[in-house]
Design a protein around this ligand. Structure first.
Ligand code: NAD
Length: 482
């Protein structure tokens, strides 16, 4: 395995119905570690977006289930065979470390191969109608049909391959057409994925990729008359803008998180500390489901906090291309400065830094902060970096649940306890989409339902099974049946 080969400079084009399209203006894609230019992409204007939707709408996909399965499975296999090539590109444009880049590249196999396997299953239902005094000798059948219009997909920087895959794979599995706008920060991986799909046999009209600055062409993605559904993964701020702008179309919003890891007094503290450190620092802490608050009860907080520091000290932060690095950079220096300011603000409000290192550009090392007040900005807002904040809570499950529910977010959670009475209360009372007992909040398989409530999400869930439902209409039809 060779992490230390930089990918060649890429002067990219958009892919509009498979055609390569350039523009006069470009956006530079920067490597957050050394600020080198990794490549450039065109800066689309609204008319490019219009052309992408127009071409998509004009095409009527006719792929059989078998043909879709073949394209999806071939895509999974090409991605598996080229995982190192993808990992290098991911590391270069995100600053994630090689280990995280390789994980991101490998994980996509599941998304595409699960979509391939699910494509061949017909989930139609049959309702007998002779079941009441007014009943008739008929049957009602259901069948799922693709959207009449086009899917508009907008994706974030933090999982540049998988967030895109979670929109493309279910869309293709259900014979939909799609226009994708990846983030301007990490668009190169998405363009490379589009080429894999074309190579795997996808009719190019089914997928266009447009690139550029959201201030110029973002609204065109949301309001295009041929877009029937906008599926968005990203921040709450942009998600709410989409909700206010989209008008009469379906929207799927997968937004930010502020996930707790809860540690109760009966927990195996060593195991809990492992989950806390891994959950807060993997992917440079830039997962919507990263551990963003550790809520530990006072009875065990001293001992737990010592174990967290011990484990955090073992992590190596530094050059993302060095295969022994555990934590690379965050997405840019601006974000790193924001996290630094929030840590300082927490300290001013009584928190204590137990481990960390001075920030260097976008390199923000894992930072353990103890005695963080539960309502300071560091833990009340989403801090999208490798901070490990410990919030000490009263020895009372009702208080722990109240503190956990005290933010506007509601994505996922992890709980460390063996007591079934606690588990049943957490499952019933935490205001979240997921409760993982003895796992990090981000634990999932690529086909299980995934998504949050409150400010963390609106509309259908993701995960291949739910997304395939969300990208279709249910049509019912009936006929006489004796
Ligand atoms: P972001 O909201 O800044 O950007 C996301 C996408 O929206 C990008 O493609 C961006 O170009 C686009 N965009 C920005 N303004 C727009 C506008 N006015 N119109 C149309 N598009 C616009 O988010 P980010 O910083 O790239 O990603 C990090 C966020 O994503 C975090 O909050 C994270 O929690 C969240 N996220 C959520 C999930 C989930 O499944 N719930 C998964 C991953 C990331």
């Amino acid at each position: 395995m060779n992490a230390n080969v930089k990918p060649p400079f890429r002067k990219e084009s958009m892919r509009i119905a498979g055609k390569l399209v350039q523009t006069d203006d470009i956006v530079e894609v920067l490597n957050p570690y050394d600020n080198s230019v990794v490549g450039t992409v065109p800066a689309a204007r609204p008319e490019h977006v219009r052309e992408a939707f127009r071409s998509a709408k004009a095409f009527k996909p006719k792929l059989t289930r078998y043909e879709r399965q073949q394209i999806l499975q071939r895509t999974a296999e090409i991605l598996r065979d080229r995982k190192e090539e993808f990992a290098r590109l991911i590391v270069a444009e995100t600053g994630l470390c090689w280990k995280d880049g390789l994980y991101e590249a490998s994980r996509a196999y599941d998304v595409w191969s699960f979509a391939a396997q699910l494509t061949i299953k017909d989930d139609g239902e049959i309702y007998a109608c002779d079941i009441s005094p007014m009943g008739k000798q008929r049957k009602i059948f259901t069948t799922r049909v693709p959207l009449l219009g086009v899917i508009s997909a907008i994706t974030p920087f933090n999982h540049p391959l998988n967030m895109v895959s979670h929109k493309l794979a279910p869309a293709i599995a259900t014979n939909n057409r799609l226009v994708l706008k990846p983030t301007e920060l990490t668009p190169l991986t998405a363009l490379a994925l589009a080429d894999v799909l074309y190579e795997a046999g996808l009719p190019p009209e089914m997928l266009s990729v447009v690139t550029g600055n959201p201030s110029t062409m973002g609204d065109a993605m949301i309001t295009d008359p041929d877009a029937d559904l906008v599926t968005f993964t990203g921040s709450v701020r942009v998600g709410k803008h989409i909700a206010n702008t989209a008008g009469y179309k379906r929207i799927v919003l997968e937004l930010g998180g502020n996930d707790p890891l809860i540690v109760m007094e009966d927990a195996d503290l060593d195991r809990a500390a492992d989950l806390a450190v891994a959950g807060a620092t993997k992917n440079s802490g830039q997962r919507c489901t990263a551990v963003k608050r550790i809520l530990v009860v006072n009875a065990v907080a001293d001992e737990f906090s010592k174990l967290v520091v011990e484990k955090a000290k073992k992590l190596k932060s530094g050059d993302p291309m060095d295969p022994s690095t555990d934590v690379g950079t965050v997405i840019n220096e601006r974000s790193a400065i924001l996290f630094e300011n929030r840590v300082n603000d927490a300290v001013a409000k009584g928190a204590e830094i137990l481990h960390g290192a001075p920030r260097r550009g976008a390199l923000f090392a894992p930072t353990v902060v103890d005695r963080v007040p539960y309502d300071c900005e560091l833990v009340h807002e989403e801090t999208f970096g490798p901070v490990i904040p410990i919030v000490r809570c009263p020895d009372d499950i009702a208080e722990v649940i109240r503190i956990s529910n005290s933010t506007d977010y509601g994505l996922s959670s992890g709980v460390c306890t063996d007591r079934l009475d606690y588990v049943s209360r957490f499952v019933a009372e935490l205001e979240v989409g997921t409760v993982n007992v003895w796992e990090v909040p981000g634990y999932r398989i690529e086909m299980s339902p995934f998504g949050g409530i409150k400010d963390s999400g609106l509309g259908d869930k993701e995960g291949v099974v739910e997304a395939m439902k969300g990208f279709t209409h249910v049509r019912t039809w009936s006929m006489p049946w004796t």
